[in-house]
Design a protein. Structure first.
Length: 398
């Protein structure tokens, strides 16, 4: 577990709900998820293989069933998340419904299950404002087709309920997919707006920091150039002022850059929740930072610990849950703030620390804290960092 901090490794792919398949592996995963429901076509297939029909009828049945499956897969594969061509959807769905009616009427009650796929297609593809009418309509058509045989009362009732419920269940799944996509797009938009705002803030800060200094340097340079022939002593004074202003500007820029690079616990908590959720890990992460925090350097050290720990959980642990907690402790060395990151993943002893853990240890020790790693209670990995609170004596807390 600890070595995963040192080794970069490839980031494990995360399959997100409602995202089109990217690559062969995701395509196969989605194919299996959709294709597994084709097992309910066993009744029509059995009817065709039993030899109860003529050769021409059997060929027509296989051909109709193949076209039915192609239409069904086309609808649920291509148009679940977004419809770009309504004509293709209407034609495919109409052909699907027509085949279900023709095959059920021509081959018997064993083919009534095709209407379930028609209902699923309606729920998976059509918007809710259309699905609430189409799904009951498909169910009604199935009942009317089945009523031609007086002995199918119970079967018609049960199949009608299944057709109705499965269709609306798929409508709910479709709405969930659309909501997931909208949330992902909104998050990307918020991130872009935040980046734009940060660029504007950087531009304002650079203007405030360097605008006055560069203007003053330009003015004094011009003065020094005019004074140089006749008043070299005054020109030298202007050059000295230029040096002082430029040095101060350099100090201001360095301080500003250090501020941009400084990590905060609030920012890393938000990033941790996003990263864990995107990776499919149940995140038990505080919404707010503790009321009492270490100084800037101590907070930055804890922020680095949190960032690296969460990265390790996402990439290498295989955990299903990750818990982040803050605990204020009183020790002989003074008050401490403890950050604990615990997961239920593959675990590790933490005995052979790699470069990642070594670097974190050095960061924490530089602010007078300690870093502990080891197995969590039961299963998983636990990482704890303790840093003195602001005003506490710097030492070796225990």
């Amino acid at each position: 577990m600890s070595e995963s901090y040192a080794a970069g490794g490839e980031k494990h792919p995360v399959y997100t709900f409602g995202r089109p398949p990217q690559g062969r592996r995701q395509f196969l995963t989605k194919s299996v998820w959709i294709g597994v429901w084709l097992v309910f076509l066993s009744s029509p297939i059995k009817d065709l293989t039993d030899g109860h029909h003529t050769t021409l009828a059997t060929v027509f049945g296989w051909l109709g069933l193949a076209v039915f499956v192609v239409c069904y897969l086309t609808l649920v594969f291509r148009y679940t998340t977004k419809i770009l061509q309504w004509r293709a959807v209407i034609i495919s769905f109409g052909l699907l419904l027509a085949l279900a009616v023709i095959l059920a009427l021509g081959f018997g009650d064993q083919w009534l299950g095709l209407f379930v796929y028609v209902s699923v297609s309606a729920g998976a593809v059509l918007p809710m404002r259309y699905a609430i009418y189409v799904i009951p309509g498909v169910t009604l058509v199935m009942i009317l087709v089945g009523l031609r045989d007086d002995g199918l009362g119970d079967l018609i009732t049960n199949l009608g309920v299944i057709t109705l419920l499965v269709g609306f269940a798929m409508s709910g799944v479709r709405e969930l997919i659309r909501t997931t996509i909208m949330l992902r797009q909104a998050r990307a938009t918020v991130a872009q707006l935040a980046a734009n705002e940060e660029r504007l803030r950087l531009a304002r800060d650079l203007h405030d920091l360097l605008g006055h200094s560069l203007s003053l340097i330009t003015l004094k340079s011009e003065l020094a150039g005019r004074m140089l022939p006749d008043h070299p002593d005054k020109a030298a004074q202007q050059v000295a002022d230029i040096e002082q202003v430029s040095r101060q500007a350099l100090v201001d820029v360095r301080e500003a850059v250090s501020g941009y690079r400084r990590r905060t616990l609030a920012g890393e908590l938000a990033g941790a929740r996003t990263a864990l959720t995107a990776a499919g890990v149940a995140a038990d992460v505080p919404l707010e930072v503790p009321a009492e925090l270490p100084g800037e350097e101590g907070e930055a050290a804890l922020a680095w610990v949190l960032r690296e720990a969460v990265t390790n959980v996402v990439r290498h642990s295989g955990a299903r849950r990750c818990t982040v907690t803050f605990t204020a402790r009183q020790t002989l060395a003074g008050p401490l703030l403890e950050l604990c990151v615990e997961d239920d993943g593959s675990g590790g002893s933490g005995a052979a620390a790699g470069n990642g853990l070594t670097g974190l240890t050095e960061r924490v020790e530089a602010v007078g804290g300690v870093l502990e790693t080891g197995p969590a209670d039961g299963r998983g990995f636990r990482l704890a960092a303790r840093v003195p609170l602001a005003g506490a004596a710097v030492g070796s807390p225990s």
